[in-house]
Design a protein around this ligand. Structure first.
Ligand code: ZN
Length: 152
């Protein structure tokens, strides 16, 4: 867990902001506004319906397509690291594997980016042939239509 002191952009109060660790996703934990101002902002925004959301939708592609793009993406990651040797560039990983109780398996997820769009291949180790490939997209909620692809 990492915490830092901030000054609220609206009311000017000093407050403690938690930038990582358990609880950092709390609705009033924000890097710009104090918890009191965030309560007011959240209450106001609760009246505004969400119009767009990020989704991972199934994408029709082969294992080989993913493998070839995986190699290209690994090269892009190496180049990004080399271009910024003092910075931090972490290879993206899927944060929440699924657990199958019957077999005691965790699913395997590989992430890549192709032309700025994120793709994920998911499979169970004992059933690689049942793999699925997903594409990261922005969807307009009212129509269910994909607006555009999103990076990882
Ligand atoms: Zn404030």
């Amino acid at each position: 867990m990492r915490e830092e002191f901030k000054e609220c952009r609206h009311c000017g109060s000093s407050y403690r902001y938690q930038s990582s660790g358990m609880g950092c996703d709390h609705a009033t934990n924000d890097s710009r506004y104090c918890p009191g101002c965030m309560e007011v902002i959240n209450a106001a925004l609760a009246k505004v319906p969400r119009r767009f959301e990020h989704r991972w939708i199934e994408h029709d592609a082969t294992w080989d397509w993913f493998e070839s793009r995986k190699g290209e993406y690994a090269k892009v990651c190496r180049e990004r690291r080399a271009a910024n040797p003092n910075g931090i560039f972490l290879t993206p990983v899927w944060p929440s594997p699924l657990y199958k109780e019957e077999t005691g398996e965790l699913d395997v997820n590989h992430l890549i980016e192709v032309d700025g769009v994120g793709f994920r291949r998911q499979y169970w180790p004992r059933n690689k042939d049942g793999f699925k490939i997903y594409r990261h997209v922005l969807v307009k909620i009212a129509t269910g239509k994909v607006v555009r692809g999103l990076p990882l």
